[in-house]
Write a protein that binds this ligand. Sequence first.
Ligand code: C2E
Ligand code: MG
Ligand code: MG
Length: 554
Amino acid sequence: MADTDARKRQVLIVEDEFVNREILKAILSPEYEVFCAETGTEALRILREQAGRLSQVLLDLNLPDMNGLEILRTIRSDLDLSRIPVIVLTSDTDSEVESLNSGAGDFIPKPYPRPEIILARVRRSIELNENRDLIRGTERDNLTGLYNREYFFRYAEQYDAYHPGEAEDAVVVDVSHFRMINERFGWVYGDRVLQRIGTALSAEVKDNGGIVCRREADTFQMYCPHRTDYEAMAERIAEAAGGDGKGRVRIRIGVYPEADRGIPMERRFDRAKSAADTIRSSFSENVAKYDKDLLEKEIFAARLMDDFHEAIEKHQFVVYFQPKVAIQEEPARVCGAEALVRWKHPELGMVSPGVFVPLFENNGLVRKLDNYVWREAAAQIRRWKDEFGRAVPVSINVSRVDMQDPELEETLRRLVEDNGLDFGDLHLEVTESAYTQDSEMIIRVVERLREQGFKIEMDDFGSGYSSLNMITQLPIDALKLDMMFIRNAFRENGNTGMLKVTLDISRYLNVPMIAEGVETEEQMLTMKELGCDIVQGYYFAKPMPAEEFSKYLK
Ligand code: C2E
Ligand code: MG
Ligand code: MG
């Protein structure tokens, strides 16, 4: 029946002698769908046609048009065919060794043994091979066909064992802003980029040795003999990845060169990853090496993480306030403040949030820290309300990590209620890059917070990668211009063109612009002339403790 035939496994018999062919066919037909070839040429044609479906080849070595070993070698060296097991049919024990070397899995001697023996051998060969396929399936990443991360680490250990005394590099290869590639060109295109990177990486280790895998998402790993051409490699991979020229793909490589064999394999790659992360936001560097400086930084980071909980308990974190000044009013008026955390570390002295916030964002500690800062800030708004009879709205920084907290709305609502504040007294700063990283989720959370009455300010505006199109759809109440714009505009030969553009955007969105990092009178006056509403910067005041801020207000 055709129905059962469709489900039978396929076997190809390559045999030029009529009698032998018919015997095998008769033995195998009840169990398998059998194809027969009388010549090498015919065999290769059937192999190509049925490549994906053949479960077994039975191969005679003496064919009229070619040596069977040639066919064997073709099968073994072809990506599509190499998974098919081959049993060699031979009357000549000498050729057994050669066939084995060429990749035969088993033999059936001529004259043929009993039918049960032939059937048993074919069954066993197919079964063994299918088991191996299964294993290989779990070793491999479906998208790129490279090893997956777990197997990679095992093979890397083996690689060490086979190459004693050789210096190996642990390498991590990353795509810069892969999310934006997906966003702009779609997932299918993104997948193709990853596949092309996989192919390019395989080519890199083909001649020079080494192994590669996909670590996760858009990150790959390579373990290879020490080499020095990583800049050129980054170029080659970027070139291959961009293939059809839709947009330039930027490749970032982190190398832990001549990795210390004394530390676990995974840690060696964590080091390479740390190196890659140091150039995450750089436009000029494609390659970073793990060195002593980085090691020291990591030790420092580990120290800060160890000290965190005690620091919270002992109130080592102090909240400073920096005024926001409405410059279009006469006279200019303090219209709010930003709460900025400082760490008064008993041994390390004053530590800047620029150092520890990114660190605590990576391991979630930032949620605890921010909850602490927000409580302090809310209590301070209450005190000022009592002292001055009016609220000084305070903006607090809400990390992208906080946005994932299902309790966020509840936490903030309680802060307002417990301190008897209005929702409008608390402004929330969400950085632009959070919007571009997980836009849908962030937009949902921000919309709900706004419905409650919180004011949302987009922090570091201009440093992320949101398109104009995207920004017009975002729920926000103010733009906080990234400090870089002021820096660039007032450098030697700087010009204010970009500042004008950003101010046009804020007008178009009908939200106020807050300029950060205004340090000189010239900068302040220019911003005022350009129509900027609010300025925050050293020109007016640095961030300061609450008591000092109270004096400043008076
Ligand atoms: P940000 O939110 O963009 O804060 C503005 C930063 O610019 C502050 O640095 C502030 O002191 C600095 N700044 C203000 N005016 C000037 C100026 O005229 N010149 C210069 N050179 N700098 C100026 P800070 O306090 O070191 O904070 C750095 C970043 O750390 C903040 O950037 C924010 O992203 C993060 N951060 C600070 N406090 C917190 C917090 O409580 N929670 C979270 N999640 N992040 C925080
Ligand atoms: Mg901020
Ligand atoms: Mg900012």
